[in-house]
Design a protein around this ligand. Sequence first.
Ligand code: CMC
Length: 392
Amino acid sequence: AGFFTYDPGFMSTASCNSRITYIDGEQGILLYRGYPIEQLATKASFLEVAYLLLYGELPAKKELVSFERLIMRHTMLNENLKNFLNGFHYDAHPMAMLMGVVGSLSAFYHDSLSVNDPRHREIAAHRLIAKIPTIAAAAYKHSIGEPIIYPRNDLRYCANFLRMMFATPCEDYKPTLIAEKAMNLLFILHADHEQNASTSTVRLAGSSGANPFACIAAGIASLWGPAHGGANEAVLDMLLEIGDVSNVPKYIEKAKDKDDPFRLMGFGHRVYKNYDPRAKIIREVCHQVLDELADINNPLFELAMKLEEIALNDEYFVERKLYPNVDFYSGIIYQALGIPRNMFTVMFAVARTVGWVSHWLEMMDDPNNRIGRPRQIYRGPGQRDYLPLSKR
Ligand code: CMC
């Protein structure tokens, strides 16, 4: 027996100490290891930010070069993983494939992994960051029936990823600078976000001593939901459903109706009650990218702008402090880059892997780490006796 604090959704529970990411939801501030997201997003490369999140400091030039080499030399997948991937039906959702294949890395690399050895943990972290783009692109290729494109380790992280997505054995692919820059920025914005649902899932799974590949697969499962990482795909679905600017008011009413499960996807955030600083950055980039890709007349973008304008002036949304979040815009950019809708959440997972492994490493190093084991308020029946079937 015992009385515990009831805190559904962990609205007021700090589950750990962390030195990685700071969020001030009222002020709309997001810092990675103390550095404002606005500076990192516009000035750094994704692997530079990955180094920062993993090790706590920005790398010096030499450190960055050797980190990039270290990551890129782990990009290949065991050839047998192809058989595993081929077992999926052609129309399997790429998130389902990603979750399965990442989990299956346990079977390939677990034997050499002792989670109690910091060196082993670090290698596992590098392998995950290196291999997840290869797996994501392979899942996409499988879904369109094209052969897998092997990684090229002389390319930068985002360029290599785009090439694995869009090259074919018949024709190589070189991303435009704007596409690579946009992806770099989106990946940085999604790299970490302290104790969100998927990161907390990774920590909880890892708290039992489970291997990191299994823990990251658990994180991917949690990310997939539409209230979390699945929102970027759901935003595009919603915009397509709304279809035309003239339908926006009707959908705003639907979102306000408590008897209707419909919510404005890409709106609202558990922590940000002022604005999402990532959304502010991405909104500007959205304009630039669409402009440069000559896609500024994209009707979905126009629709999104209208929706945003009406919602931001509506009492319901103002009162509840519901603002567009990062994923209100990310899908529109991904779409302009030619990335299909069912890959949006996969892109989020690739970027967030850096955050997940950083948190897993931090937790494994924390002397206060113990198995995560919440309690409950029991509301079921009191003790009673079993009745034989004939008496029920
Ligand atoms: N559309 C309409 N009403 C909303 C919305 C929305 N998108 N979001 C929240 N509300 C209402 C909600 O109905 C509630 O109203 P009331 O107080 O009258 O009952 C109030 O606002 C508070 O909402 P909540 O559900 O208690 O807030 P939460 O902190 O539990 O949920 C959220 C946060 C992000 C899950 C939610 O806002 C939501 O479902 N948004 C849409 C999905 C989405 O865009 N998710 C991506 C989040 S950002 C990327 C990431 O980090 O994963």
